[in-house]
Write a protein of this length. Structure first.
Lengths: 1109, 508
């Protein structure tokens, strides 16, 4: 069952809670005298599935004070007057049904699910269940079953396209890689502070991305910590988009909240067992298109001797070599024979050493025997394997009136399509609830997650990333199959074997020897005690913890380019957050007015410990132990602590159940801010009016609600920003080293504050077959705490200040249609999610007018008056004289290469203009077919694959200019860069001459290699490699079938569902070679809008089987 | 501040509520209020929590010095390798030839390293001044003078008098004229010599001269002579030079190679000679320049065997020979010159794989200044009549010192070869030439000196991208356009267009 909507199916828990509430209301007015009565019994079932419905309300028509609710088996029993004729049964999510009771008993009542639910109960901030119609702000819900069928290893990725206004950018970095999610755009000038807060069962959990580069190593994406929440244990996800919705969560909810509710055993009849098994296979979605005409070398020459320059251009790692014609050329995998036509050996071209009689390595005195020079068009494609992910979940749940439990075990076993990369994750989730008395309830949820990887691939541009080799520096003749045997013969463990020893590591060597392992333990959970003093007063106490421990082990073998003697590192990342809170709730109805007042407090303690030990060189190859270090060990230790104390209160007023006013207020005390300003208060108010209940609307309007709200949220900063310190550096021999931090701290920081306004409607027409939910919002974020750059001549790199005013405004629309619904049971649903956001930098500070948020290939800059996410870099110098016929043409230097601007110019913006998710779902009896299309329009991306793939002669574009080889006198060879020369005319005027040989005798032709390098002027001019990142993705396809329980006969299986699913099946975009949905990771920060020779993203196909026992 | 109850308060409450029957409503309310008070009775703890236990707020000067010395030394080696050796044609590139063709973008290494380390050097000085530690003050002034001289020689006018005042809320330091900067440098070096003379305390953390005060004074005074010579085309420096040489007690100067000021790198990672950790391909992009190769071959100068090695092909063929490659070829010419890279000499092993051997450690160092250079300065000063003395003697001592440093034996008759034998009529060129050899891989000093003297005569490579001019300056970092634009623009309008061909003050 797939719903991607604001129309939301209720969890059993909530349904029951709501029914109880209804009943309470009903009984509140109980005053009827007992008449002559009889007992009516019956069962309430789902008309489609035949499942019993727990908590449905059964009420006698005409005497609403007489009612009952169904139990776990759907059974009810009702005392009613002998003369009662009809009862009605209502249940959220189902059509209200009136039943003639006659004199019968043991009725079987089947309820039809409603096309669109009008009265949904949703979980809001602090875990408070609310009637959706009462909400004065936008939220959106995703059901858990949507996450378990079409799975993502990273939970965050599963949200893509499913929620209006939510943008997910996955980092293509192999198994377990991270994803960046933002709601309503980037609001903070600090890159890392734009993601929403993740909350599980009412309590915040960690979503950190801790970088791993340094000490000569490149980044490995160890994943964002919220990624590991197990979809099998998720009942539903509610996305609180705006500050009104999230203000009660305080500071960190400034960017919205992803609110996860986990499954419980509540509502289970007896003991129930459910099993869910998914098998999926992953392959690269998109590989660069390489040229397959020319091999390694330069100017058409190549001949292998030692892969380091001793042969003919054999140190060159570019593909500007001989054309493929099957001619015989010595290569790295050609055989060797003894000199002067001697006997063949079993050494290969790249085996450079032999072992003499004393066991010493000596240079091998042999020569390489030429072998045919042919392209290996599929060398990269064949390098990748078929990834495989097995996920098996087994859950047992049980319950009775006073207690319930659920215990779930999930095993995820993934091997990536990048060879020797993997991820294993075991999750045990327990949830239990007990009501020792009518008034007291105790609940607990505990999740334990054990994650392990033997290896995750390295990322970013550099030798440790295999894509660096493939996209930029791998001769197109290289048969990677020959690289599998990756040690030089007789040099096992000492010297790798490969195609180029000047710069590169063998990719198999990289992946098998230079591993980046992970072992993680994660425990999060909470205990909640709730006591009802009276019907109208209750107290809830809760304490929660989220503990994450990661051990990262990084090995580098002997002969690694960056680590000739190998290295070994262990990093222990220990993050913990504890939250304890209380909430006192008063709830009473006075005539038409219903009042709910709550007050509470929270203490949050956060702890971060990082310890890395590094052996920069090893004594004995292959022994990864600190005792085996050749050099003094380096240790890095960082510990930070933070606490936030909070008090908050909120009031919900409801008038006649159609007019709702919510008020909230919160005050935080943060340890990270100066004592004088560490207390900050922020309120919110929202109003919701259900017009359809207030006035009579035409019959085709089923429901109409208008809502509006205004809210403030305050925010603090990271710990230790107030005192200037000295940091320890790498010792120099016995000399210890300290250096003052280059960031000037600020002892007078103030809290950040953002103010948001939103207004929206929720409209349903034609019995709910058309639903439209529309929101406009405006958010102004001020006093942001950022480190603005200083001229280094001040002695400091930056200083921390309060600055900026960023405005975000936009529209979100959700349109739900049921174009087709037949009596026979055929139903077609379409859900559109539309999000449009603009983030504007209204002001920065008096001191700076542009702020560099990130700098990698491109410079992401906030400049006053511009959109957030602006990408700056050097562009082409162009003719600026509008009266010239050549206005806008690129200016060339005297050697026919493009001139670059002296200052950085605006070249794009990584934010999309708008995003659309379209989900189609067809159901017919047990059959369910659906697909999700995810579309992003606008936004740009920089591609480093394009920049360096051109330099290296790798990508298909580089055939331009060498159609007939490298002889520039031949036609089609060389390229006239498209542009004009500028010179002074006789009267001092500027004259432009096009670089066009047909009109200009002195036009300058660049060789192909020069041209493709001049394209970016040696990676400095980036205008030519910025692309429109718009894309359309076929994000999900699902075909599922629910087997009728009847065919199972005596077999114990029930609710058997089998389905086939595909994720990320196709992408359509203008960006060559790469997935336009891309980012690069740099020191723990995901930078959108930049691609850094990324590992391809995954396309997956899978099968899913689930059943209950 | 102490906190009365350290137990988890809600935990306590949960326990209380579950275990005890609720006797009265009032009791419950009281309990809740009590809980609230407990939770928030510790707001003073917030300050304590925000105390950074990872890092001290104050450290002694001895812990700051090694980092500064290593950083600036690494920059001397790194930029010396990447730019310095190439621009004065000690080396040439066979691949990725942009810098050899003068397609220079921003070269910000010395800018960033100088100012970033000036932060800690300033801390050393301020701490030392507060504690009356005159030796540290003197040492800091020598380092400061040396670092600022490199920075101004790279860029011209730069922030100096108002630099490193971020803590004093001066975020937009003015650019001083180079003349004023040199006035400051000369005054600081004089003062450093005084400070170092009179103080008894030991110097720790000095990884360049191991706390030897006398050697610091020798360095200060030798640098004084270097910088007086540097500005000698702009003003008469003879009196100051003579004053220094006249009083060796007050102004000790370097007396032998034992007085060389250079950072000696370690054999152990991660403090090895910075080039040692390059990928072999990156190291081999840099080859012997034809300019230096041809002249040293002609002289039979044994230093060539330290600076470079015979071509791979000639070694394989059993007849080792040195071959240099012209600077400033285009990509394809550079890679195919003389038949390819195996026919061109690589740079000497002591600067790469053997940098961690005892020979390498002795030779491949991060230079502040050496004794040979001082002798050539004195030779030039004598030849120009700035000081009295025998130019030939200084010149020959300089050559001998350089040979000694590189552990080679001067061939018999070297000093009497027509090209080498000192001839006052051609003395300045001869001094310049030998100084140029001696300054191989000495950071940018060779470039600065060539810009001043024009010796040896160098021609830009044929495929150069700078209109046939050898660059004489680095452009200002583009970040200054955004972060200190008014002051930068003032400097540009005073000094001339911000490009690589604008001459700095002493070069004009």
């Amino acid at each position: 069952m797939f719903h991607i909507l604001p129309t939301i199916r209720l969890s059993a828990t909530v349904r029951q809670a709501f029914s109880l509430l209804t009943l309470l209301v009903i009984f509140a007015g109980f005053n009827a005298a007992w008449a002559q009565t009889r007992v009516l019994k019956g069962t309430v079932l789902d008309a489609e599935t035949g499942e019993p419905l727990l908590g449905a309300t059964v009420v006698v028509s005409g005497n609403e004070t007489l009612g009952s609710i169904t139990d776990g088996e759907g059974k009810f029993s009702l005392n009613l007057a002998e003369n009662a004729k009809t009862i009605y049964v209502s249940y959220i999510g189902y059509e209200r049904t009136t039943v003639n009771i006659g004199i019968g008993n043991d009725l079987e009542i089947r309820l039809q699910p409603t096309a669109t639910n009008m009265n949904e109960v949703v979980i809001t901030a602090l875990g408070v269940a609310r009637d959706e119609k009462a909400l004065g702000y936008a939220i959106q819900k995703v059901d858990g079953d949507q996450l378990t069928q079409a799975r993502e290893t990273n939970l965050v990725n599963a949200l893509a396209g499913k929620v209006a206004g939510v943008q997910v950018v996955g980092n293509p970095a192999g198994v377990g890689s991270s994803a960046r999610v933002t709601i309503r755009g980037d609001k903070s000038l600090n890159f890392n502070k734009n993601q929403p807060l993740f909350v599980v069962d009412g309590v915040p959990i960690l979503n950190e991305l801790v970088g791993s580069s340094g000490k000569g190593r490149q980044d490995v994406d160890y994943g964002n910590t919220a990624a590991v929440v197990n979809p099998d244990d998720i009942e539903s996800i509610t996305v609180l988009k705006g500050a009104n919705a999230s203000a009660l969560y305080g500071s960190r909810a400034n960017n919205g909240v992803i609110l996860i509710t986990t499954k419980t055993g509540k509502g289970t009849k007896g003991i129930g067992v459910s099993v869910n098994s998914t098998t999926s296979f992953e392959t690269p979605l998109l590989l660069p298109e390489y040229q397959n005409v020319y091999g390694q070398g330069l100017n058409g020459d190549f001949g292998y001797v030692n892969g380091a320059g001793s042969g003919v251009r054999d140190g060159v790692d570019e593909s500007w070599g001989p054309k493929f014609a099957g001619q015989l050329i010595p290569q790295y995998d050609s055989p060797r024979r003894y000199l002067n036509g001697g006997a063949m050996t079993n050494f290969r071209g790249g085996d450079l050493f032999s072992v003499d009689e004393n066991g010493n390595s000596v240079p091998l005195v042999t020569e390489v025997v030429p072998t045919p020079w042919v392209a290996r068009p599929d060398n990269v494609r064949d390098f990748f394997e078929v990834g495989r992910t097995l996920t098996n979940n087994f859950a047992i749940a049980g319950g009775n009136e006073s207690s319930n439990f659920r215990l779930s075990f999930t095993n995820l076993d993934q091997t990536g399509f990048v060879p020797n990369t993997d991820l294993r994750r075991n999750t045990i989730a327990f949830s239990g609830g007990i009501n020792p008395t009518d008034r007291l309830s105790v609940k607990t949820v505990i999740n334990y997650i054990k994650s392990e990887s033997d290896n995750r691939p390295s990322n970013s541009y550099g030798t440790e990333n295999i894509m660096y080799l493939f996209n930029c520096w791998l001769g197109r003749q290289v048969d990677l199959e020959s690289s599998k045997d990756y040690w030089q013969r007789g040099q096992e463990g000492l010297r790798q074997f490969g195609s180029n020893y000047n710069y590169h590591d063998n990719p198999y060597f990289n992946l098998n020897e230079n591993t980046n392992g992970l072992a993680g333990d994660r425990v999060f959970g909470n205990v909640v005690v709730r006591y009802e003093f009276t019907d109208w007063l209750s107290l809830q106490l809760r304490t929660a913890t989220d503990y994450s421990y990661e051990l990262r082990t990084q090995r580098r073998a002997y002969s690694t380019q960056r680590f000739p003697f190998g290295s070994y590192s262990e990093a222990r990342v220990n993050i913990e957050e504890r939250n304890s809170d209380f909430l006192l709730t008063f709830n009473k109805t006075f005539g038409d007015l219903s009042v709910n007042v709550s007050g509470g407090g929270n203490r949050m303690d956060a702890k971060y410990d990082y310890l890395e030990t590094f052996a920069g060189q090893l004594l004995i190859p292959g022994i990864y132990n600190f005792g085996n270090s050749r050099v003094e060990l380096q240790n890095d230790l960082v510990k930070t602590r933070k606490r936030i104390n909070s008090f908050y209160g909120f009031t919900q007023l409801s008038w006649k159940n159609y007019l709702f006013l919510d008020l909230t207020a919160r005050n935080d005390w943060s340890s990270a801010l100066p004592t004088a300003s560490n207390s900050y208060f922020y309120p919110s108010a929202s109003l919701s009016a259900v017009v359809s209940d207030m006035v009579n609307l035409p019959a085709w309007v089923s429901f109409a609600k208008f809502r509006t709200g205004i809210a403030q949220v305050g925010n603090d900063t990271d710990p230790y920003q107030l005192t200037q310190v000295f940091n320890a550096g790498t010792p120099f021999g016995p000399n210890r080293v300290y250096s003052e931090s280059g960031t000037l701290v600020n002892a007078d920081l103030k809290p950040e504050i953002s103010t948001s306004f939103e207004i929206g409607t929720d409209l349903r027409f034609l019995d709910g077959r058309v639903g439209l939910d529309f929101t406009y919002y405006n958010i102004v974020s001020k006093n942001q705490i950022i480190a603005i750059p200083l001229s280094i001549t001040t002695g400091y790199n930056n200083k921390i200040i309060n600055a900026g005013s960023i405005r975000n405004y936009g529209l979100e629309a959700m349109l739900n249609l049921v174009p087709l619904q037949t009596q026979a049971g055929l139903k077609w649903e379409i859900d559109f999610n539309f999000g449009l956001n603009r983030s504007e930098v209204q002001e920065l500070t008096d001191e700076v007018s542009n702020y560099v948020m990130a700098s990698r290939y491109i410079s992401v800059e906030a400049r006053e008056g511009e959109r957030m996410g602006s990408m700056y870099g050097l562009g082409y110098q162009r003719v600026t004289d509008e009266s010239s016929a050549y206005f806008g043409e690129i200016l060339l230097d005297s050697r026919g290469r493009p001139l670059r601007t002296t200052n950085r110019v605006l070249l794009g913006n990584y934010s999309p203009d708008f995003m659309v998710g379209i989900n189609n779902n067809f159901t017919f009896k047990g059959l369910n077919v659906g697909f999700l299309i995810d579309l992003r329009e606008g936004g740009e991306i920089y591609s480093h694959t394009q920049t360096v793939g051109r330099e290296g002669g790798q990508i298909i574009e580089t055939l331009e200019g060498r159609e007939n080889g490298y002889d520039l006198t031949l036609p089609e060879n060389g390229v006239y860069f498209n542009g004009v020369f500028s010179s002074k005319g006789p009267n001092g005027e500027t004259v432009y001459t096009p670089n066009d040989p047909s009109t200009n005798a002195s036009a300058i032709k660049l060789s192909a290699r020069e041209y493709h390098s001049a394209f970016t002027q040696g990676r400095s001019l980036i205008e030519g490699v910025i692309y429109d990142a718009s894309f359309t993705k076929l994000r999900e396809v699902r075909i599922g079938y629910n087997l009728p329980n009847s065919i199972m006969g005596k077999l114990p299986f029930r609710n058997v569902n089998i389905s086939a699913v595909g994720r990320n099946l196709f992408v359509w975009s203008q960006v060559p070679h790469i997935d336009p949905e891309n980012a690069s990771i740099s020191g723990g920060t995901l930078i959108p809008g930049t691609e850094s020779v990324s590992i391809p993203s995954a396309r997956s196909f899978g099968f899913n089987v689930s059943f209950k026992l | 501040m102490n906190c009365p109850a350290r137990v988890t308060v809600p935990g306590l409450l949960i326990y209380t509520i579950i275990s005890k029957s609720m006797k009265s409503f009032a009791l419950k309310i009281a309990l809740i209020l009590f809980a609230s008070v407990l939770v928030f009775s510790c707001t003073k703890d917030l300050e304590e929590i925000n105390t950074n236990g990872n890092s001290p707020t104050a450290v002694p000067p001895s812990l700051l010095l090694p980092g500064v010395m290593r950083n600036i030394s690494n920059e001397v080696v790194g930029t010396g390798w990447g730019i310095g050796n190439i621009v004065i044609q000690h080396t040439a590139k066979i691949q990725f030839v942009n810098e050899d063709r003068y397609a220079w973008g921003e070269i910000n290494g010395f800018w960033n390293t100088t100012y970033a380390n000036m932060r800690d050097l300033n801390n050393v000085y301020v701490l030392a001044e507060a504690q009356g530690l005159r030796n540290y003050m003197g040492l800091a002034l020598v380092m400061k003078s040396w670092m600022f001289s490199i920075a101004t020689d790279c860029y011209g006018d730069i922030p100096y008098s108002q630099a490193t005042q971020g803590k004093g809320d001066n975020f937009f330091p003015v650019y001083d004229t180079q003349e004023n900067i040199y006035n400051g440098i000369l005054a600081d070096l004089e003062r450093a010599n005084d400070l170092l003379e009179s103080s008894p305390e030991a110097i720790e953390g000095d990884i360049i001269l191991n706390g030897n005060k006398l050697r610091w004074r020798k360095l200060a005074n030798s640098l004084l002579l270097r910088y007086l010579m540097r500005i000698s085309n702009k003003r008469d420096v003879s009196a100051q030079m003579q004053a220094i040489l006249a009083d060796p007690v007050k102004y000790p100067i370097m007396e032998s190679n034992a007085d060389i000021a250079a950072l000696t790198y370690l054999a152990a990672s991660p403090n090895q000679f910075p080039i040692h950790t390059s990928r072999i391909g990156s190291f081999n992009e840099f080859r012997l320049s034809k300019t230096m190769g041809d002249t040293l071959i002609a002289l039979g100068d044994p230093r060539l065997e330290v600076f470079a090695r015979p071509t791979d092909a000639s070694v394989t063929a059993g007849s080792p020979e040195f071959v240099g490659i012209p600077n400033g070829l285009d990509d394809i010419e550079a890679l195919t010159y003389n038949g390819g890279s195996q026919f061109i000499s690589r740079i000497g092993a002591v600067f790469y794989e053997n940098a961690i051997t005892s020979d390498g450690i002795d030779i491949a160092r991060g230079f502040v200044m050496d004794y040979a250079e001082l002798q050539f300065i004195l030779a030039e000063a004598a030849q120009r009549g700035l000081i009295t003395g025998d130019a030939k003697n200084f010149y020959e001592k300089g050559i001998q010192a350089s040979m000694d440093y590189y552990k080679v034996t001067m061939p018999a008759g070297y000093l009497t070869m027509p090209e080498v034998a000192y001839n006052p009529a051609n003395g300045l060129a001869q001094i310049g030439f030998q100084k140029w050899i001696g300054l191989f891989f000495h950071g940018l000093e060779g470039w600065f000196d060539w810009r001043r003297t024009g010796y040896p005569v160098l021609l830009p490579g044929k495929a150069n991208l700078n209109e046939n001019q050898i660059p004489v300056r680095f452009i200002y970092p583009s970040s200054e356009q955004a972060l200190n634009s008014d002051n930068r623009n003032t400097a540009v309008s005073r000094q001339g267009v911000d490009n690589i061909n604008t001459k700095v003050w002493w070069d004009q």
